[in-house]
Structure formats: C-alpha cells, structure tokens
Design a protein around this ligand. Structure first.
Ligand SMILES: Nc1ncnc2c1ncn2[C@@H]1O[C@H](COP(=O)(O)OP(=O)(O)OP(=O)(O)O)[C@@H](O)[C@H]1O
Ligand SMILES: [Mg+2]
Length: 302
C-alpha cells in the first residue's frame, strides 16, 4: 500500500457564494478501499464530480498517479471508472448496448469478464433501459465499471438501489479489485458496508474534511461511554474536568470521557464508593452520529 494513486490537495469549490468544498485534501493508495463519508449535503458528490471534471474546481490540485487531472482530463479519466448514485441511461438503448457504449467511451473493450458480470448480477441485457428498475440501471453502470481495467474505481452510493444479494456481489467485486491492487473510492451511507470493506476513510461535513484515518483511529479518538454505580450522591462529578454528558439516576451514573482523562476520572469516581463500572468504546453508529453532528469533534481534524 505504498503507491499513491490519487492526491487531492486543497480543493475549493463555490456554487455562487456558497462554499461547497473547503480546502479538501486526501490521498488514496493502490490496493486500498477508501471510504468517503458524511451527512447529506456535506459535499461528497460535489467532490467526486469535481474530480471527474463534471464541475470545475475554483482552486486546488487533483492528481492521478502524479498527473494533474484538472489539466489532463482526457488521459486521466481513461484510468478511472465512475458510478454515480443516480444512474440515468439512454432510454432507447438496451442494457447490453449501454454497457458496451460506456466501455467504449472510456476506451475499454467488452471482454469475457463483462459477460461473467452480466450473469453474476443477473441482468437481462436485452431489455431497453426505459424498462429497467432503479436497481437494474445501477447494475448496468456497475457492470461497465467493473469490466474496465483501470487504476481507480469511484462509487458514489452505489448500493442504494441494490437488493441484498446484489449488494453482496458488489462487495465481492470491490474486494477483488483491492486484491488486484486497484484503488477504490467508495462513498456510502451503509455503515455495515463501510465497516466490512473500508481500509481508511475521510469524513466530510459542511464541505470540510473533519477526520481521516482507519476506523480504529477514529474510534480511539472518540470519547468512551462510562456506566458506573456508586454508593454516594455523585452529582458533583458533573463538573469534574473530562466528564461530559453526565447523568445520574439513583445510584447509576452515565457519562462520556476522553481516553486521556480516564485515569483521573476513575480515581475520582472511586471516592464515591464505586460498586460497578463499565467502559465501552462507541459503536460504529454512535461514532458516526458524533462525527456528523457534534461541532466539538472538529478538534480531531487531521
Ligand atoms: N449544482 C449545484 N448548484 C448549487 N448548489 C449545489 C449544486 N450541487 C450541490 N450543491 C450544494 O452543495 C452541497 C453539497 O452537495 P452534495 O450533493 O455534494 O452532497 P452529498 O454529500 O453528496 O450529499 P448526499 O449524501 O445527500 O448525496 C449541498 O448543500 C448542495 O445543495
Ligand atoms: Mg451525494
């Protein structure tokens, strides 16, 4: 995982006065699945469309394998496959014709792999696109993308319309790309998918990257949930440095604490006659809800 495939550096994008991307920077390496996460309207699709030249960056640099994508769109785009979240197809063509068209537009060929993918994803390629359901339209774009032999595969919420079986097919194909040393940029709201697939991720909120790392790094940065039982009134703990979101019901306490404050806090807790103690890292869902909502978490940006 040493070869840097994508470099996004200090990208800014405005829609009129609205600052949609604020100094966005991240890198992706060969053989890695990189997650791109954030709440609705955070700027994920805008970043991906800017990378692909569908939107113009106002400043910053985007490089594929050391070549500027902003200055060399034709050569660099041939080394990328992209599937948007809302796939729209030419209604009068069949799925099979569109797959071949998408491949040819990217400078690729229909191969035995294309046929295998059509079978695997159970797509009827003889139907006209206007007759396809949302999931089947997505399959057409996914099959074309997975058929292409490129360096970087970009998926913008690709599984939103797929049934669970097709989602598993998608995941297996992405893992096969990784095993073949390809780089994958995956934007997804499905946390189970992120947990299963992603090596590293960036979280974007209001156009700004607020965290980058692997899930373990992010979990280590997040505060711990503490549950305790004490024998004396512990209301004074609410004001103890490092204790956050303090709640007491009878002898049960609940609060959050940063890992770095845990020793001091447990020592203080002991003064109240500690009868029981549980310390837990946040679940993936809790972690993302914190990152998506909590302004104070921006201090962890790196
Ligand atoms: N063409 C446009 N003109 C003006 N504003 C836009 C345009 N495209 C996106 N925006 C705004 O930019 C912000 C980022 O939108 P974007 O589609 O990138 O979000 P997203 O992170 O992909 O969200 P979602 O998870 O809902 O797909 C939003 O506030 C959106 O309204
Ligand atoms: Mg989007």
């Amino acid at each position: 995982m040493t070869e840097k495939i994508l470099r996004v550096a200090q990208v800014n994008k405005y829609f009129g006065k609205f600052h949609a991307l604020k100094n966005v920077s991240f890198d992706i390496y060969a053989g890695e699945i990189f997650g791109f996460l954030g709440p609705n309207g955070a700027g994920k699709s805008t970043m991906l469309r800017t990378m692909l030249g569908m939107l113009k960056a106002d400043s910053g640099e985007i490089e594929l394998d050391g070549t500027s994508m902003l200055n060399n769109p034709v050569t660099t785009h041939r080394r990328i496959a992209y599937v948007p979240g809302d796939v729209s197809l030419w209604p009068g063509f069949t799925g099979g014709e569109i797959i071949d068209l998408l491949l040819r537009m990217g400078g690729h060929q229909h191969t035995a792999k294309t046929d295998a993918l059509i079978t695997k994803f159970a797509l009827d390629p003889t139907k006209k696109a206007r007759a396809y359901s949302k999931g089947n339209r997505q399959k057409v774009a996914l099959i074309a993308a997975f058929s292409a032999d490129v360096d970087l595969y970009i998926f913008d919420e690709p599984t939103s319309g797929l049934d669970p079986l097709q989602e598993l097919n998608f995941q297996a194909e992405v893992l096969a790309l990784k095993a073949a040393g390809k780089a994958v940029l995956l934007s997804s709201h499905i946390l189970a998918e992120v947990e299963k697939m992603v090596d590293r991720l960036a979280i974007i909120r209001q156009g700004e990257i607020i965290a980058t790392g692997n899930l373990k790094d992010l979990q280590a940065l997040a505060s711990l949930n503490v549950q305790a039982q004490v024998q004396r009134d512990a209301q004074a703990l609410a004001a103890f440095p490092g204790i956050m979101h303090f709640k007491q019901v009878n002898d049960s306490l609940q609060f959050a604490v940063q890992r770095t404050d845990l020793s001091a806090v447990t020592a203080e807790l002991a003064k109240y006659g500690l009868a029981d103690l549980k310390v837990a890292a946040p679940t993936l869902e809790e972690l993302f809800i914190t990152y998506y909502h909590d302004e104070s978490e921006t201090g962890h940006a790196q």
